[in-house]
Design a protein around this ligand. Structure first.
Ligand SMILES: [Zn+2]
Length: 353
């Protein structure tokens, strides 16, 4: 009997790669061998943790999980939506200045490289349509309506997921960190509702069988050991989150102050067929969890989520932004190992599927 366990995605890049990127820019062909080495090393170390599912550590997602697919587009300007972090810094996304909207790259290109080195299943994270929708300016673009933009955006997102499915991704995880942030920006809930509706339009393009391979990740953000929306009550997000027509949910939970209350909300709003992977290690906490702590968190969660719908995950990626050095690679892999061992301990005690 096992309990499924999966990572979220990013692993801190090797410091020499971060320095080279700072010097040369993320797209310089000179960096290709460095990226390749980083991916090979990440896959090897990931497999050494015992994690039954791995990622490429997003070594090549430049500059981050949010804008990798649009970075370098000629029809953008740098002064787009700002993501404010509690530590005081902001991250900024590009603004679209003209149509049509097209991705510059699709995430399946990362899968190609990872699968060359991997011996176990590889999952792939992609960014949500709702996150990218923030690229369209509030005052519109002459000759390119918001409706045209949304249509192009949904087509590109669907294409990216289909390409990942065709290449045999174990799961496709849609990163939806802006879900919780939406309740901070717009307390009325209108923005969150519009995000859910948009992402459901995208999910409706897939069959039931395909949606069982698609998941959604929610978290309060993670950058330089800081968050953007941990102060938003999960009770404001989770009822809407489970309205998303996806098969799997990857929910940051390890650092929540009152995990039981969150689990009670999950129990109330999770649809019977939906799998929930609860976060059992916290990337932004420098202390490495013990397997026993992880085991106890899994047992706690199993009281609220049926065993045949329960899995474990990390609370978030370990460095969603490529230049984030707040967590070392050693720490990230040690935490992943604790997740794997602790989940196995729990499965021995309470079973699994
Ligand atoms: Zn996250």
């Amino acid at each position: 009997m096992t309990i499924p366990t999966e990572p979220i995605g990013s692993i801190p890049r090797p410091l020499h790669l971060i320095e080279a990127v700072a010097r040369e820019g993320g797209d310089d062909a000179k960096l290709d061998p460095l990226y390749e080495d980083a991916i090979r090393d990440t896959v090897q170390r990931f497999e050494a943790t015992g994690s039954p599912v791995i990622t490429d550590g997003e070594q090549r997602k430049y500059h981050n999980f949010w804008t990798y697919c649009v970075h370098g587009l000629p029809n953008t300007a740098p002064d787009g939506f700002k993501i404010p972090f509690a530590a005081g810094h902001t991250r900024r996304m590009p603004r679209l200045v003209s149509g049509p909207f097209r991705y510059k790259r699709y995430a399946d290109s990362y899968l190609d490289v990872a699968k060359r080195y991997a011996h176990v299943p590889v999952k792939q994270a992609v960014i949500s349509p709702s996150a990218l929708s923030l690229m369209y300016p509030a005052d519109g673009i002459p000759g390119y309506s918001r409706e045209q933009f949304i249509d192009d955006l949904l087509n590109e997102h669907e294409t990216e997921i289909r390409r990942c499915l065709q290449k045999g991704a174990h799961k496709i995880q849609i990163d939806f960190t802006e879900g919780r942030l939406a309740m901070k920006i717009d307390h009325s809930g209108e923005l969150l509702t519009s995000f859910i509706d948009l992402n459901n339009l995208a999910l409706a393009r897939f069959s039931g069988a395909e949606r069982r391979l698609i998941g959604v990740h929610t978290c309060p953000g993670g950058d330089r050991d800081s968050t953007h929306s941990a102060d938003v009550d999960y009770a404001e997000l989770l009822p809407s989150l489970f309205e998303l027509n996806a098969g799997n949910f990857y929910v940051a939970l390890a650092r929540e102050k009152d995990r039981v209350r969150v689990l009670e909300i999950i129990r109330k709003y999770r649809k019977p067929e939906q799998y929930v992977f609860v976060g059992v290690v916290a990337p932004i906490d420098p202390r490495i969890e013990t397997p026993e702590e992880v085991r106890d968190r899994v047992i706690e969660a199993s009281k609220y989520i049926p065993m045949d719908r329960l899995g474990t995950t990390d609370d978030c990626g370990f460095s969603p932004f490529s230049d984030d050095t707040s967590t070392s690679r050693d720490t990230a892999f040690a935490k992943i190992r604790a997740r794997v061992l602790g989940t196995e301990l729990a499965a021995r005690l309470i079973g699994g599927r």
